[in-house]
Design a protein around this ligand. Structure first.
Ligand code: FES
Ligand code: MG
Length: 572
């Protein structure tokens, strides 16, 4: 290929002063001159390594393997850091900063001399933030995930993130001591990698594989397995070829790719966070999807993978059973197998050799693990722009339920009251939490699967209907209605619910209603006073100004779409 075609030539291939400036300082790293003049594709490695993001803390090793592949294929790798979001580290919630990280990624890719980019993603928000940012530039782009942890072991039992919620309940009721709790912490996180169940991180790793942005097996090879490094090496070889083929993101991310991702998420019983992130990515690349697509395409696919939290096992086990390619093979008659992927081949060609080695782990369309999976989208006077529930993680007997509302005006009131013995609540009540939406918290935290009152846990109650405008961890479970839109902080109907109101949930008919008259609803609307959001300066001020609602992906209005990869002006 001619040198001129390379984008990096606009930096390193220049004559005179401009070329001097773009190259000279780079040479302080010991790069010989021929790297800059041979027309070698420059591959950016967008790395979310951070010791504050433990799920991505092994990314230096992984980047080294990736670089070996890039060198081998004749590319020139240059690694750069971007904002890294550790789900369990960041206050008040990593989601508050997803859009900020995506801006960092977008501008870093566009402003620098790269021809293609590998996105190194792991912990929950590190995947959507990188993919969103890269989509707004649209270079040849390949996603390399960090892989799941090895399954934890505690008192002879396999454990992972989904157990945190169970341990927390056992601790509350005195079944686990503080010492045992501390032992469990170390037992759960015993290897590098992200959460071991099909939580949001693995959901995202599977999403990019289903979209066609990652190599086969990206979703499931454990982080600690040497084959993860082989995958990184192969990703390095492949991204160099992708630059030569000009295989940009927009050639892969068509509408069918998004439909595939939704169907695959149903097959895996993946995280509800998937909805927000996929919607935001689609709006960046200019594909039109909305909540009804999640309901419609999810409904076509039962639960195929027997992985927590919807099933019993772990992402590590799923790898041994054949990995995501084997799951895709089971639903190949439903998904669009003719879609192009980063391999340069179609999704169908990628899975030709896939095989299932364990029917306990991977079901079939005729004999699925569970008949209902995916995401149900609810509508009604409580959620005019939609709300979501994950039926595979809910209690079947609660999917149709009418109960008395017990309202918490915000997270602080919930924490103060939930364990008080005189709280007027029983197992038939519907727990309602307000002001945990995109603006209300702010940042839409993962508190929607609010823990049950101690006095009901002690009675042996395991699940209740819970409603909020917040999110839930991908490892959470229960009859939990999330993402109520519009949110309560801006006057959505959720803000108008009062203690003692009756709420009717009907998942089979996709409805969620507050049983009060229209007149009463109007009266309450008039009385509504917005809550104070005391953020006068800085990023959070910008966030509150420009963030959109859950059904739109919680992105900033001004970030939707793409600005391309061209930069017209030089730095000197
Ligand atoms: Fe990082 Fe779960 S905390 S993936
Ligand atoms: Mg999570």
């Amino acid at each position: 290929m001619s040198e001129k075609k390379l984008r990096s030539h606009e930096w390193y291939g220049r004559k005179g002063k401009d070329g001097f400036i773009y190259r000279s300082w780079m040479k302080n790293q010991g790069f010989p001159h021929h790297l800059f003049e041979g027309g070698k594709p420059v591959i950016g490695i967008c790395n979310t390594w951070s010791e504050f993001t433990p799920c991505n803390a092994h990314f230096k090793d992984l980047a080294a393997a990736l670089k070996r592949g890039i060198w081998e294929a004749g590319g020139f790798p240059l690694e750069f850091p971007v904002m890294s979001l550790g789900e369990c580290s960041i206050k008040p919630t990593a989601m508050l900063f997803r859009n900020l990280a995506s801006m960092d990624v977008e501008e870093s890719i566009r402003a620098n001399a790269m021809d293609g980019v590998v996105l190194m993603c792991g912990c929950d928000k590190t995947t959507p933030s990188l993919v969103m940012g890269a989509a707004s530039v649209d270079l040849p782009t390949l996603v390399l995930s960090g892989g799941p942890m090895l399954v934890g072991r505690f008192k002879g039992k396999k454990i992972g993130t989904s157990d945190v919620w169970r341990f927390a309940e056992d601790f509350k009721t005195g079944k686990l001591s503080q010492e045992e709790f501390i032992e469990a912490e170390a037992a759960m996180s015993r290897s590098v990698g992200h959460c071991a169940p099909m939580g949001t991180a693995s959901t995202m790793a599977a999403m990019v594989e289903a979209l066609g942005l990652a190599l086969p097996d990206n979703a499931t090879i454990p982080a600690a397995d040497s084959r993860r490094k082989v995958l990184a090496h192969m990703a390095g070889i492949r991204i160099v070829e992708m630059v030569k083929e000009d295989l940009k993101m927009s050639k892969i991310l068509n509408r069918k790719a998004f439909e595939n991702a939704i169907m695959v998420n149903a097959a895996l019983g993946g995280s509800t966070n998937f909805i927000l992130h996929l919607t935001a990515i689609a709006k960046r690349i200019g594909v039109d999807i909305d909540l009804t697509d999640f309901d419609k395409f999810s409904a076509m696919i039962p639960l195929i993978a027997n992985v927590q939290p919807s099933g019993e096992h772990w992402v590590e086990d799923l790898f041994y059973a054949g990995g995501l390619p084997a799951v895709l093979k089971e639903i190949k008659d439903k998904i669009h197998v003719d879609n192009l992927t980063v391999t340069g081949k179609t999704l169908g060609e990628n899975i030709e050799g896939a095989e299932c080695y364990d029917r306990n782990l991977i079901g079939t369309l005729d004999k699925p693990i569970k008949p209902d999976s995916g995401i149900a989208v609810l509508k009604g006077n409580l959620c005019p722009d939609g709300a979501v529930i994950k039926p595979s993680a809910a209690s079947p007997n609660l999917l149709k339920h009418t109960g008395r509302a017990v309202v918490f005006e915000n997270i602080d009131e919930y924490k103060a009251k939930i364990d008080q013995p005189d709280l007027d609540i029983d197992e038939n009540c519907v727990m309602v939490m307000k002001n945990v939406g995109p603006k209300g918290y702010p940042g839409m935290p993962e508190v929607g699967n609010m823990g049950l009152p101690s006095k009901l846990l002690e009675k042996g109650i395991k699940d209740m209907v819970r409603i909020s405008d917040g999110r839930m961890s991908g490892t959470g479970y229960g009859t939990v209605i999330l993402h109520v839109s519009p949110e309560s902080a801006i006057g959505g109907p959720l803000a108008l619910v009062k203690n003692g109101d009756i709420i009717e949930l009907d998942v089979p008919n996709r409805s969620l209603n507050l049983l009060i008259s229209d007149e009463e609803m109007e009266k309450r609307k008039k009385e509504f006073k917005p809550i104070e959001l005391p953020y006068e300066r800085g990023y959070v001020n910008l966030y509150l100004d420009r963030v959109n609602q859950a059904h739109e992906g919680v992105d900033f209005d001004f970030l939707q779409g793409s600005s391309g990869s061209e930069v017209k002006r030089d730095s000197h």
